[in-house]
Design a protein around this ligand. Structure first.
Ligand code: GLY
Length: 575
């Protein structure tokens, strides 16, 4: 009976508490006393701080961080890739989601990566020009500057242009990721010229220069999106891709547009969450998992029971990801259903407190390895503007291909489509019609930049990590809701379940041996891994005190940086 009560007591107590305590009461928030920036590379964090100190707002700083990450963390993101940008505009009390995701070129077809026998050609799907979608990040940066920034693009891009010209410092992370992709990169002379001087992976600490990158940023600064997506530069890009075996045309570039979409809103334990809609699967999956969890008093559970329950919620959300999620401009995603409390109640009914549900018993689409890629950064300024941006070129160093004279690698985001229903992509994720390839369509993503608001605190959170992004963000959010600091949430050892493979994978330290045994006794496969995953970047604004906090993942030892800083009084002229 005790067990029954523990598992089935719906969150009525929480509801009562949350109505009372939502957003921490009615007192006027104290504006942030400082700015805070957290990103995966110290040079990018410093670029953001520089622009904030010069009078830019969080959105100008976001342009500086994004463009700098594209230079100094080319394994993760860049002008050849895409981004999801979540903004909170303090003055309008409005949340904005900018979808700057890559799009399939017009000549893309459903079976373009299948050979004559119908088997996926993995090399074509991830390496070289045929793997690349039409980039969205440059258009996203221009959109950000035009609609939400305060400074001219030339000023927000200046730190990245300077670093590209004068030199940036190659990190241990750059080197480690390049090790995985060296052979593929060597196939592209322009890519090898950028990142394999003398044919070798540079040593950490090497000063790198990239004058072409500086010139491309200047095109954006001078001509806006036109400078990249039309005219001579666009023709050079499309011709370079086609000559090397790709299918881009100049029209594909000219036709690219960012889209503003309505964010997904979730309530949980007296908090409000603002997060990403499709073509990200992250917001829907977060809603599904949190809605399932809201039927249980999970903070009071034993650790084993809690991990079991959370893994069961993860399993169900990833099952639904495989069936129902894709680009909403092409496929009617049943958003209201999947994010509803009633749907979660139905899913809860199938969860046993004592037994794992084998994934094979949950109809879905039918597995892989995982690498670190993508990148996330978070910013809060002294006006209370908030930024959570996750940007990507997909696998490390994207498709490892560059067009000569551009200064950046292209993405291999086409592999985020379901290349063949039921056949796993590079992250072991499977998909169906919803995410089949079509001309002009955006591939499904796991990127999950999110705001958490409540109990007097406002947080921007996100991480890279392929299919594991969503569960990392979930665990980070739960830690923050349990009272953890930004740094504690980033440092937390992680575990993950993604429906298939039917296994709870865990970082060392995430599960004790007793917990592993307890989970196995319930029927779970548990794999404790030696490697780590993710690179979470969080900022928190305490609306009671005005204090801000930045948490930067320590897994890449000193490469990333979270910082808080006073901004000069004359910088805050618009406050
Ligand atoms: N390419 C990783 C993602 O978008 O989820």
């Amino acid at each position: 009976m005790k067990q029954f009560g523990r598992w089935l007591l719906p969150g009525l107590l929480w509801l009562a508490f949350s109505v009372f305590a939502a957003d921490g009461g009615s007192a006027q928030p104290v504006l942030p006393r400082q700015v805070a920036v957290a990103s995966a590379n110290a040079q990018a964090t410093d670029a953001g701080l520089e622009v904030l100190a010069a009078g830019g707002n969080a959105f100008d700083a976001a342009i500086a961080v994004s463009a700098t990450l594209g230079l100094v963390e080319p394994e993760s993101s860049g002008l050849g890739g895409g981004a999801f940008m979540l903004l909170h505009l303090a003055r309008d009390e409005r949340d904005v989601f900018i979808d700057a995701r890559e799009k399939a070129p017009a000549a893309a077809t459903r079976d373009m990566y299948l050979d004559a026998q119908g088997n996926p050609n993995r090399d074509l799907a991830v390496n070289g020009p045929l793997a690349a979608g039409i980039p969205g990040l440059p258009a996203g940066l221009v959109h950000l500057a035009t609609n939400y920034g305060r400074l001219p693009l030339s000023q927000s891009l200046a730190p990245a242009i300077r670093l590209a010209r004068d030199g940036w410092v190659f990190s241990s992370k750059n080197a480690s990721m390049l090790g995985f992709r060296k052979d593929v990169l060597a196939r592209s002379p322009a890519a090898a010229k950028l990142f394999l001087p003398g044919g070798e992976v540079p040593k950490p600490g090497t000063r790198m220069r990239n004058a072409d990158y500086a010139r491309t940023l200047q095109l954006l600064a001078q001509h806006g999106a036109e400078g990249f997506y039309r005219g001579a530069f666009a023709r050079k890009l499309a011709d370079g891709v086609r000559k090397a075996g790709g299918i881009w045309t100049a029209d594909d570039l000219a036709d690219y547009r960012v889209v503003e979409r309505e964010p997904i809103r979730i309530s949980h334990r007296g908090y409000r969450l603002i997060t990403v809609p499709p073509p990200s699967s992250g917001g829907v999956a977060l809603a599904e998992m949190l809605n399932i969890l809201s039927g249980y008093d999970y903070p009071a559970m034993s650790r084993t029971d809690r991990v079991h329950l959370i893994a069961e919620a993860m399993r169900r959300a990833y099952r639904d990801r495989s069936i129902y999620l894709g680009d909403p401009d092409f496929f009617k995603v049943p958003l209201d259903l999947l994010t509803s409390a009633d749907y979660a109640a139905g899913l809860r009914a199938g969860i046993s407190p004592t037994h794992a549900t084998p994934s094979i018993l949950l109809p879905g689409v039918g597995e892989g390895s995982e690498r670190v890629e993508t990148t996330h950064f978070s910013i809060v300024d002294t006006e209370g503007n908030l930024v959570a941006i996750t940007q990507t070129v997909n696998l490390p160093y994207g498709n490892a291909f560059a067009v000569a004279g551009t200064g950046f690698l292209l993405n291999n985001e086409m592999d985020d489509f379901s290349v063949k229903p039921g056949v796993p992509n590079a992250f072991g994720l499977v998909g169906d019609d919803a995410n089949a390839i079509a001309a002009g369509k955006r591939p499904l993503s796991s990127m999950t930049p999110t705001f958490l608001i409540g109990h007097n605190k406002v947080t921007a959170i996100g991480t890279p990590g392929g299919s594991r992004i969503i569960t990392m963000v979930l665990l980070g959010l739960l830690e923050l809701m349990d009272g953890g600091s930004a740094q504690q949430a980033t440092d937390l050892p992680r575990y993950h379940h993604q429906y298939l493979p039917d296994t709870i994978s865990a970082e060392a330290g995430a599960l004790g041996s007793e917990e592993v045994q307890g989970l196995q006794a319930k029927g779970h496969n548990v794999s404790v891994e030696t490697r780590t995953w993710g690179n979470m970047q969080i900022v928190v604004w305490d609306q009671g005190s005005g204090d801000v906090e930045a948490g930067s993942d320590g897994r890449w030892k000193g490469v990333g940086k979270g910082a808080t800083r006073d901004v000069p009084a004359d910088a805050a002229i618009f406050r």
